[in-house]
Design a protein around this ligand. Sequence first.
Ligand code: NAD
Ligand code: ZN
Length: 354
Amino acid sequence: MESILINTTEETYPVIVGHEAIKKLPNLIRGISPSKILIVTDTNVDRLYGDCLIDLVGGEWTTYKHVIKSGEAAKSFEMFYEIHTFALQNELDRKSVVIAFGGGVVGDLTGFVAATYMRGIPFIQVPTTLLAHDSAVGGKVAINHPEGKNMIGAFYQPKAVVYDIQFLKSLPKSELRSGFAEVIKHSLIRSESLFQFLFKEVRQLEDITIDNLQRMIREGIQIKADVVSKDEKELGLRAILNFGHTLGHAIEAEAGYGKLSHGDSIAIGMLFAIWLSNKTLDINLPYHELKTWFKEIGFPTEVPNDQTTEQLINKMKKDKKTKSNQLTFILLKDIGVTTSAIFTGEELFALLDE
Ligand code: NAD
Ligand code: ZN
């Protein structure tokens, strides 16, 4: 099983992707030789696979498990504090290892705990969702604040990412679709060949083969890793990962978190960004074909009826990462080639009115 090496200024770490990749975990842990292990997982993943991980590491190391309630609400200060308390009460020290076993919620929360517990202890990501091909790589860890999503966090790299494809078999279709949106995003911004492969091979998410899943995860991670290694702290290039997210985030927030999945929201955002690219860059990307494909997969392709242009523009302006009335969109010059453009709210209104 080959691994992808991620290079950052602080760490070089392997991402191991494959069927039964989890079997590689004990050896990776031996390389760290921890005093203790803390596994953080959520209720769903624990019910399905909790024992599997304990069986793998519990015999060799003193292992604790902390199970959080599944769902975005767990990325909270309360939960962050609760895990710290659990770790302190069980006397985890600087040589202990934390394993994040779950999707992006578990990864972001656990990573932030690892980044802050005793000023930082090693952690390993064991992702179990398709979306986590995105969240487990790149070193961004965070919790939410009522004032905004992911507003409290750090850049903190794991020691390794162990991505076992077999865990994805139990993923609900809506979650698979949400993660697939990010795979499509990675292809659109950086790889025409991955895009052609997805467009040709994936028509129904139920029919994705393990081999195809493996390929899209590997290539998606490779793209993310490549972008991130060139811009770890999000000063420039990394902005291209925001393709589809300017509008997508606004739609997701306007709907109320949890109502419309992140992937469904950015699917609409990506279609809009492609429409905007055609409209303003004088090019002819296959907008209609993409829209038909998105529909076949089950993505919503229109902004929800109860959201007005005005509401969404206001939401985009309020995004903490934007500057006043300047809305930055990542656009495509071609499939796999990005550029960016800034519009004012008024300019967007005018374009949509034409
Ligand atoms: P999630 O972790 O909530 O998982 C989605 C659902 O699937 C949950 O109910 C979970 O219990 C369940 N689940 C997980 N694995 C399963 C499995 N194998 N079988 C059955 N059910 C399973 O959500 P997610 O979509 O993985 O991640 C979303 C989070 O990721 C968001 O909080 C987002 O902000 C974050 N994110 C972070 C980054 C980053 O760079 N750090 C990037 C993208 C997204
Ligand atoms: Zn995203």
